[in-house]
Design a protein around this ligand. Structure first.
Ligand SMILES: Cc1cc2nc3c(=O)[nH]c(=O)nc-3n(C[C@H](O)[C@H](O)[C@H](O)COP(=O)(O)O)c2cc1C
Length: 550
């Protein structure tokens, strides 16, 4: 007689996401699985291109933008009309190059959006309708050349008012090449940074931007032409991440319309281009990345999250030009370990992390779920120690229960009354901060570093897509810190390498209700004089007109 074997049910999407998270933790005892050797000469090409696509050279127009950094946070900037020249500025200030660097025989590009390991897995697409100077349809942005490659030209009419969307997709292999299984996390953090970069760039043009959060991955892929398998045959696949609706706040803005672009018409619309191959000889494969990627496709399934408390308006920000702050953003590689930052700058940096209905937090409708736990080393008038900034009153309660019972939870009286800053422990935590961030001195030499603790299992368990989205929130926090540090004459650095459960243990987090998703550090940078800085687009004139590129 045959015995019936009980079938093991397939894991749910949420189980796959949670299992991926668990297996890609670094710890003091072992790092997550990654390549054993790296040959830097074999690094995948950081620039995707589509051969056979018509290229439009974009003008360099950011010199014309007088918007101050302060105006990005308010409605006072002058809104630019939506034309190819302003689209060019939006792209330059978000995904464009900010400089080339040279050291001996090595030369590398830096971009306005940061990226773990400077590997840049994020690809950027533009969907345009009735934008003067730009054909209606889909374009791919090549940051190296500041050009748009035309992927699809729409045949039908696109309506009277100009509309614009930015789409992001990730080439996971670019990141996995160096970081192995943990790379999917970094790709999502990079997406959060890029989302923030677009929102700040839109602000420099007097515009707003909003994440379109409720569309299926199949629709995202179709809008970005990623479902056209033949165009990617034999090359690295791109995974569609998100779509951003650009809202030019011009006085003539049309009444609310569909938030998404129209679908393409396979029979009538005209597609061109084939993707280039980025790595001819990949040495490793990390199938777990494909699994978690598929499991976390989707979008928001729930209605808009709980709203944030009402905070007073942000204090006056830097009067510097927004474009200068954005183009000047860099990661510090070393910090002045003696420098003490001012309390005002510290408070402002934290204040900007609270979710107000201004840039960049108006980019989405989700309640804040990621809460910084700070390791304060040198801030004027503040005792060194561990501090918490619950970005939501409910999180305050939950964190008090989840973290070590002996933490003080002493409200910092010197902070602005609305700033939910609590001292948990007065201590010199430089050594601990350094160890927790994979022994990196940037975490102890900065004025402060932090761990972003996210509300986790209940949220991911309810909708696996939120695994990506929580990382985007952490990346957004990082982008605010980068730009605010820059505006204050300081500098930040994202830290993707940290020992997950060792951090949890140190803070007393015993369950997966909260998990650390990202670390960050801020301080006064020490620059390496051996490195030469070269212009982002040598030989290109500023303010030249858009035109066909060779
Ligand atoms: C998600 C993320 C993780 C990062 N992790 C680290 C890190 O662990 N250590 C480090 O020194 N830099 C880290 N960085 C900084 C990158 O190396 C840096 O962004 C990249 O080299 C590009 O330089 P730029 O930021 O000056 O443009 C990280 C950046 C991001 C966005």
């Amino acid at each position: 007689m045959l015995t019936r074997i009980a079938a093991t049910p397939d894991p749910t999407s949420a189980e796959i996401a949670l299992a991926y998270h668990a297996r890609t933790k670094h710890s003091l005892k072992r790092y997550a699985a990654g390549p054993e050797t790296l040959d830097w000469d074999l690094q995948p090409n950081p620039f995707r291109e589509f051969t056979g696509s018509a290229r439009t050279s974009l003008p360099l127009t950011t010199d014309e933008l007088s918007t101050s950094f302060a105006q990005v946070y308010g409605p006072t900037g002058v809104a630019r009309p939506l034309t190819i020249a302003s689209v060019a500025a939006l792209l330059e200030l978000s995904m464009g190059l900010s400089a080339w660097k040279e050291l001996g025989p090595d030369r590398w590009a830096l971009r306005c959006n940061p990226s773990s390991g400077n590997l840049h897995p994020t690809e950027c697409y533009v969907l345009s309708a009735s934008v003067p100077g730009l054909d209606d349809g889909l374009h791919h942005y090549v940051s190296r050349d500041h050009v748009l490659e035309q992927r699809c030209r729409r045949a039908g009419p696109s309506g009277a008012s100009a509309r614009l969307w930015i789409g992001f997709a990730s080439i996971h292999w670019r990141e996995a090449w160096k970081y192995g299984e943990r790379a999917f996390r970094y790709c999502q953090l990079d997406i959060g940074h890029a989302l923030g970069a677009v929102r700040y760039a839109a602000g420099a043009l007097g515009w707003r931007a909003r994440l379109v959060d409720d569309v299926a991955n199949t629709a995202l892929s179709a809008w970005m032409g990623l479902d056209r398998r033949a165009d990617f045959a034999g090359t690295e696949f791109e995974d569609a991440d998100l779509l951003i609706e650009i809202e030019p706040c011009a006085a003539t803005a049309p009444a609310r319309q569909e938030r998404t672009p129209p679908s393409f018409d396979a029979a009538a619309d005209h597609w061109t281009g084939r993707a280039n191959r980025l790595d001819a000889h990949p040495l490793y494969r990390w199938p777990v990345i494909d699994e978690v990627s598929t499991a976390t496709h989707g979008g928001a399934t729930e209605a808009a999250d709980v709203l944030s408390p009402h905070y007073p308006p942000l204090p006056e920000a830097s009067a510097a030009r927004a474009a200068d702050v954005i183009l000047g953003r860099r990661s510090a590689q070393r910090f002045d370990a003696k420098f003490t930052m001012s309390l005002d700058h510290f408070h402002r940096l934290l204040d900007c992390l609270l979710a107000r209905p201004v840039a960049p937090w108006d980019v989405w409708t989700f309640a804040p779920r990621v809460h910084p736990v700070l390791f304060v080393h040198r801030v004027e008038g503040l005792a060194p120690g561990v501090y918490a900034l619950p970005r939501h009153p409910e999180a305050d309660k939950a964190l008090r229960q989840a973290l070590r019972p002996d933490f003080e939870w002493q409200k910092v009286e010197s902070a602005p009354a609305h700033l939910p800053l609590f001292r948990l422990l007065a201590a010199d935590c430089r050594a601990v901060a350094k160890t927790a961030s994979c022994h990196q001195a940037i975490a102890s030499d900065g004025c402060f570093s932090l761990s972003m603790l996210s509300e986790f299992e209940p949220i991911v368990g309810a909708n696996a897509w939120r695994y990506r989205q929580l990382y985007w929130e952490a990346g957004l926090l990082g982008q605010v810190l980068y730009l605010e540090a820059e505006a204050a004459g300081l500098r930040g650095t994202g830290i993707g390498c940290y020992f997950d459960d060792d951090v949890h243990e140190m803070l007393g987090v015993g369950t997966t209700q909260f998990q650390a998703l990202y670390h960050f550090t801020v301080g006064r940078p020490l620059t390496d004089d051996r490195i030469t800085t070269l212009p982002a687009y040598p030989g290109r004139q500023r303010n030249e007109r858009a035109g066909a590129a060779t």
